[in-house]
Design a protein around this ligand. Structure first.
Ligand code: IPT
Length: 966
């Protein structure tokens, strides 16, 4: 009996592939010709990989009946098959290196001519920048090889196969392969040729691989350039008068590259056959004094984890989208990116060089699903896989080594531990000693140069900052970063300020990378945005894939606005009582000369005067200046609440934002906080038939509930403790602490009974006594509503007394009421413009704001509590004016909390005819327990006796001027 090999054996071969050229640096342009093969390709999907039929690869094959597909692209996003989302579970049986028989296989065909003028001499290279997960390639009927390593480049020498016309490029792509075991990142599984395909002419004497070494000596202010090149040539940098042979070092005074000051020098590498433009940034990365230093100074990462994402194109990103990401990061004070969890499209790194972002470039490696079997059979601890791991390391390092923005290499993510990882680290250290090596899974830092954790709680981070974390000697001597923290899933992340305070107070803590940059929602007319499960996947992790600081369409979420404020590079603080403000330069390298400072003086949220503030532009990183404020303006209305606002703005246009862009701000209380005007109860409730009236309000005589206030119809006003649990309330299953969202539901806070105990009509008050409690529990909240009026103003005081042994914090505590009228516009004096919760309120500026009920909603991909405006002194909505005593939290929506809670997608939220308004005395913090700590204890809303008041009047005043600053 003969052993039969199927054509598809390479699919489950652990080796990285065959036929491809050795890895080398990737550059965007040169004077050699090239031709993009992106565009419309013919496409045929087969359900399995074991098709022995290779006839499609032969010239002359008639693909006229085939579909067409866009390359780069994923076929599952172009109407062929469907995407699958799993976090760490492999969506196929774990039996490495085998994959299921059902292995969607996409045959791609593209016929192309050489452009006119394509030289006849030299060779040619066919380059694939990214194909998921395994491809076999034929050119003009010749099998040129196969490869794995989805987010890594592969090049093939094809010069000998090319013809002037009618070249037939055939690519067979398998969704699953041995490589899939190494690519278990938390994201959609999206097969396809999703990055560029390019044909490059390789003239005789052309550039092969080269390595730009551009170091900076901060002691001398000089840079040393040496370009090692496989092919000898010359290197010129006109601005530095450099013209040297390759391999020859040259030292000259330079301006160094940093993420804050990304000075790039244009140069050229010229060999006999090719001229390649260089963009050189001089900088030196070291591990010194237990710190990551660049150019001699420790840096603080204010980073994000970036997966590549586009809601329609998946990981097939176009240049505009990549640029949008970089601009958004720069405009939100982000200074670092971890390319979780694979090398990005190479153009993204060009942008990081150009605009200035520190990069942790991470290898395309994750074997997280092996955690399910206690890491048994983990490929990173199995020598058979080591060549594949080394191939991946080399393809990353060789491709990206010439980017000054890349300061650390990361071996991968969540791959456990093993010899293969050690081999990768050793190879990388040897090949590029000019950068540090990161891998979070190396808990003892045997192979790595930085102690890295993910989702460490504040207390642990502090312990590490204080050096009290113990552990092996090597680790104790290393700097610490959080390669992931502050899980930005849904509403949140909470607790950023407290993390940042820790990072800024302990030298060893060199910052972190928020998880993650963008929600991977897939645009879908059924749902708005689809997430895991929406395509009928047999296993999925629901909306855990929507955990970014950007919504899928790249609109910044409140979390990003908060992060930008928390990490602002200038701190503006102090007590203006002494007439000064303290400005601290929190950059690592830059002085303040790029910034201009302005002040504004506010009374009751309205700006009375503005001016410029002379802050010393030469203020060095880490230094503070006490800057004198001007005299407050004269005409401040008596009793007004006053503030100084000081803003740091870009003084000039930059590459990433125009002049005037606000980089940092501080709001400082100028006087004492005034107390709201009292309502003297001078009016008595009057009984009518079925109703009671008190001042401007009418009540249902039986229930004591208001039916109208100042002519505005209101309904169902009552205590409310429920919020539609956020993703962070619900928490992730593996969390070590109780998950409040679930406990709340078990207790029944979403189905509270309101028992009416008494409606008391007194001489100057209407008092309604109730007990609010869930079925099946002895816990309850005695709630007394006391209504008084001076004839025009109506005051409600709510007194809440918990009964029983409450061990749970409350989601919220306040009243909710319905406005059946056409409420649309909302104006308020309080925190804004965006939502804010107890631990996500750094970016809320006290001012007068105007919005609409619709615009108050934050469109979290999975609907949940959102949109609260904090510290509201007064608000006007639907003809009512509501003043808080004390200030309150405001939400208003066209659906009830119950409807919000029941919704799975934004399309489930259907506006009703009532606007539901919540006036909250307090809300529970948000935290980041969807992956990480819950709200810090200070932000818990304990069930304890509370009393709070609102004063209702008919709204009269309109907002005169509304500033939409920040
Ligand atoms: C961590 C992963 O590294 C990341 O890819 C993502 O899945 C994140 O969690 C959650 O969104 S791993 C987890 C076990 C902390």
């Amino acid at each position: 009996m003969s052993l039969r090999t199927t054509a598809a054996d390479y699919v489950t071969d652990v080796s990285p592939g065959s036929g491809a050229l050795p890895a080398r640096t990737r550059y965007a342009v040169s004077d050699a010709m090239s031709r993009s093969l992106n565009g419309r390709w013919r496409f045929r999907l087969s359900p399995a990989a074991d098709t022995e039929d290779e006839s499609f690869a032969a010239p002359g094959f008639d693909a006229g009946e085939w579909a067409e597909i866009e390359v780069p692209g994923h076929w599952v996003l172009q109407g062929h098959g469907t995407p699958i989302y799993t976090n760490h579970l492999y969506p196929f049986p774990v039996d490495p290196p085998h994959v299921p028989t059902e292995n969607p296989t996409g045959d791609h065909l593209h016929v192309f001519d050489l452009p006119s003028g394509w030289p006849e001499d030299g060779g040619a290279v066919l380059r694939f920048d990214g194909v998921e997960s395994c491809a076999r390639v034929w050119l003009n009927g010749t099998d040129i090889g196969e490869f794995k390593g989805s987010r890594l480049p592969h090049e093939f020498a094809v010069g000998h196969l090319l013809r002037p016309r009618g070249n037939v490029l055939a690519v067979r792509v398998h969704q699953w392969s041995a490589g899939s075991y190494l690519e278990d990142q938390d994201q959609w599984w999206l097969p396809g040729i999703f990055r560029d395909v390019t044909l490059l002419h390789r003239p005789p004497g052309c550039v092969a691989d080269f390595f730009v070494h551009a170091a900076y000596d901060h002691l001398t202010g000089k840079g040393t350039l040496r370009v090692d090149s496989d092919v000898d040539g010359r290197v010129s940098v006109p601005a530095l008068d450099i013209d040297v042979a390759t391999g020859e070092p040259v030292t000259v005074p330079v301006t160094p590259w940093t993420a804050e000051t990304p000075r790039l020098y244009d140069g050229v590498l010229a060999t006999e056959g090719e001229r390649v433009p260089l963009r050189i940034g001089f900088r030196t990365v070291t591990l010194a004094d237990g710190l990551i230093k660049v150019n001699g100074r420790p840096i603080l990462f204010k980073g994000v984890n970036r997966h590549e994402w586009h809601p329609e194109r998946g990981r097939a990103l176009d240049p505009d989208t990549m640029r949008a990401d970089v601009l958004l990061m720069k405009r939100h004070n982000i200074n670092a990116v971890r390319t979780s969890h694979y090398p990005p499209h190479p153009a993204f790194l060009d942008l990081c060089d150009e605009y200035g972002l520190w990069v942790i470039d991470e290898c395309d490696l994750e074997t997280h699903g092996f955690t399910e079997q206690n890491w048994r059979d983990n490929p990173v601890d199995d020598d058979r896989w080591t060549p594949a791991l080394l191939d991946r390391a080399a393809r990353m390092v060789e491709r990206d080594k010439n980017h000054p923005s890349v300061v650390l290499w990361s071996l991968g993510n969540e791959a456990g531990t093993g010899r293969g990882l050690t081999a990768m680290a050793e190879w990388i250290h040897g090949r590029d000693p000019s950068r540090l090596v990161h891998y979070e899974g190396d808990a003892n830092c045997r192979d790595t140069d930085v102690h890295s954790r993910m989702y460490a709680y504040h207390e642990e981070v502090e312990r590490i900052g204080l050096g009290l974390d113990g552990g092996p000697q090597r680790r104790r001597e290393l700097p610490f970063i959080q390669c992931e923290y502050a899980h930005a899933m849904g509403n949140g992340p909470g607790g950023l300020s407290e993390y940042q305070e820790l990072f800024e107070s302990h030298e060893r803590l060199q910052g972190g990378f928020v998880w993650e940059w963008i929600d991977h929602g897939i645009k879908d007319e059924r749902f708005g945005y689809a997430y895991g499960g929406d395509f009928g996947e047999e296993l999925h992790d629901a909306n855990f894939v929507c955990d970014g600081l950007l919504f899928p369409d790249r609109t910044p979420s409140p979390g990003l606005v908060e992060y930008a404020k928390v990490i602002e590079p200038v701190r503006i603080a102090g007590d203006p009582a002494d007439g000064t403000v303290r400005v601290t330069n929190r950059h690592d390298f830059a002085d303040l000369s790029a910034l201009a400072f302005e002040w504004a003086y506010q009374a009751d949220g309205e700006t009375l005067a503005t001016g410029t503030l002379p802050v010393p532009p030469s203020l060095s990183p880490g230094e503070s200046a006490e800057v004198e404020l001007p005299e407050p303006p004269g005409a401040v209305p008596a009793g007004a609440e006053t503030h100084w606002i000081v803003r740091a703005l870009l003084a000039r246009d930059t590459a990433w934002a125009p002049r005037g862009h606000v980089v940092a701000w501080g709001q400082l209380r100028a006087g004492t906080r005034p107390v709201p005007a009292p309502v003297h109860p001078t009016t008595a409730p009057v009984r009518g038939p079925g109703t009671l009236t008190l001042g401007p309000a009418a009540f249902d005589a039986r229930t004591g509930a208001p039916t109208s206030i100042g002519g505005v119809e209101v309904r169902d006003l009552r205590l409310d403790v429920w919020r539609a649990p956020t993703d962070n309330d619900n928490g992730a299953g593996w969390q070590r602490e109780p998950r409040h969202g679930l406990l709340w539901r078990t207790l029944g806070l979403h189905r509270m009974h309101h028992r009416l105990d008494a409606v008391e009509v007194g001489a100057d008050a209407l008092t309604v006594r109730t007990r609010v409690a869930p079925a099946a529990s002895d816990l309850g909240l005695r709630t007394v509503y006391r209504w008084t009026s001076d004839g025009t103003r109506l005051r409600l005081t709510v007194a809440v007394t918990p009964e029983g042994d409450w061990r749970l914090p409350l989601p919220r505590l306040g009243v909710r009421l319905g406005l059946p009228g056409p409420a649309h516009r909302v104006t308020w004096y309080g925190g804004g413009p965006g939502e804010a919760y107890p631990d996500t309120r750094a970016a809320a500026l006290l001012a007068r704001w105007e919005s609409t009920v619709d615009a108050l909603q934050t469109p979290y991909v999975r609907p949940q509590e959102n949109g609260a405006r904090a510290d509201v002194r007064w608000a006007e909505i639907g003809g009512l004016r509501i003043e808080g005593d004390p200030a309150f939290c405001l939400t208003a929506r066209r659906w009830t909390t119950e409807q919000l809670d029941a919704a799975a997608h934004l399309t489930d939220l259907v506006p009703g005819d009532t606007v539901w308004v919540n006036l909250d005395h307090a809300q529970m913090g948000i935290g980041t327990q969807s992956c990480g700590p819950g709200p810090l204890p200070a932000h818990h809303l304990h069930a304890e006796p509370a009393e709070f008041s609102f004063v209702f009047t008919q709204s009269t005043a309109s907002v005169k001027s509304v500033r939409s600053t920040t």
